[in-house]
Design a protein around this ligand. Structure first.
Ligand SMILES: O=c1ccn([C@@H]2O[C@H](COP(=O)(O)O)[C@@H](O)[C@H]2O)c(=O)[nH]1
Ligand SMILES: O=P(O)(O)OP(=O)(O)O
Ligand SMILES: [Mg+2]
Length: 210
């Protein structure tokens, strides 16, 4: 793993992730935890946001202080599972726009199939944060990054709760310019492309569809 991969091993993230992994965790708790984890991860993924100085009159004196320079951002969840992270990210970056990419993994080939796409009109001028709880083979994330590049996006980050080494390697090879933020990297993928030990199918667990 190179310097573009950020494994955010904060104790709060690890604690919440362990609850996510438990097969007995309810749909309600799973959904809330994914959102909380996304919020905490956003804190780290936005560490390099540019600041500018403003003059502010406090009740005591006038001073020069720092404020976000107003960089335009877009969050792009990979449907469905990525939707579970949107609220958490928006709590940290409320002015961000949201674009959607619908992708599902063909269970036989494990290749991503695109079924939906809707982006803000000015997406090319925005910094993009692609979110999906799971980076498994990396096929879905790599396709999503390629779409965003086709839209003209220049600054793209990828944020996943959990990754497999295979997925990280693929993104590094196919999109070496993209910074990756994950809370943990698990052992490997099983024959069905699921992360081991992982947490199962994130979309099904967020929406209670299994
Ligand atoms: O353990 C897993 C593995 C994958 N998913 C879902 O699949 C895609 C990511 O798979 P890629 O192979 O990286 O394309 C992701 O969107 C998840 O929805 C999963 O839920 N659990
Ligand atoms: O990647 P998939 O097929 O698991 O899709 P979803 O996020 O809709 O569960
Ligand atoms: Mg799924």
């Amino acid at each position: 793993m190179n310097e573009n991969v950020h494994v955010l091993n904060h104790p709060l993230l690890q604690h919440k992730l362990t609850i996510l992994r438990n097969e007995n965790t309810s749909t309600k708790d799973f959904r809330e935890l994914v959102s909380e984890i996304a919020m905490l991860m956003t804190y780290e993924a936005t560490r390099d946001l540019p600041l500018e100085e403003v003059t502010v009159k406090t009740p005591v004196d006038t001073g020069t202080f720092q404020t976000l320079s107003g960089k335009k951002m877009a969050i792009v969840p990979i449907l469905r599972a990525g939707l579970g992270m949107v609220d958490g990210v928006l709590k940290m970056i409320p002015a961000a726009r949201v674009g959607h990419i619908g992708l599902y993994r063909d269970p036989a080939t494990l290749k991503p199939v695109k079924y939906y796409c809707k982006m803000p009109a000015d997406i090319a001028s925005r910094d993009v944060l692609i979110v999906d709880p799971m980076l498994a083979t990396g096929g879905s994330a790599s396709a999503a990054i390629t779409f965003m590049k086709e839209y003209g996006c220049k600054h793209i980050k990828l944020m996943d709760v959990l990754a497999a080494p295979e997925g990280i390697e693929r993104i590094q090879q196919e999109h070496p310019d993209v910074e990756i933020y994950v809370a943990a990297v698990d052992s490997h993928l099983n024959d069905h492309g699921y992360i081991v030990p992982g947490l199962g199918d994130a979309g099904d667990r967020i929406f209670g569809t299994k």
